[in-house]
Design a protein around this ligand. Sequence first.
Ligand SMILES: [Zn+2]
Length: 103
Amino acid sequence: MKKPKAANRYCPFCKKKTNHKIKQLSTGIKRGTLTRGSMSRARKRGLGRGYGNLGRYGSKPPINKWKRKIKNTKKAVFIYTCQECGKAHQSRRGLRTSKVIFE
Ligand SMILES: [Zn+2]
């Protein structure tokens, strides 16, 4: 899906059409990456490194590649920032796409 970087849209704060900057909302950082018993903590301890069979810390995922990819698309959420008042608002509905390209 292609999307422009800026567009003329209705601003609910200015109550008129103004120029808006468009940004895609990201999922952000993963929660609990450094919790007890996590993979990243084991990696920091030095487990799962080297060669040979690494057991549960090995590189192979527990589920096959073709089994993992069930959902190919996600709902993309866009943030529209008004260039006049500087306030931001979201799009009403999310569109299902695999990739968003800003041009
Ligand atoms: Zn505005």
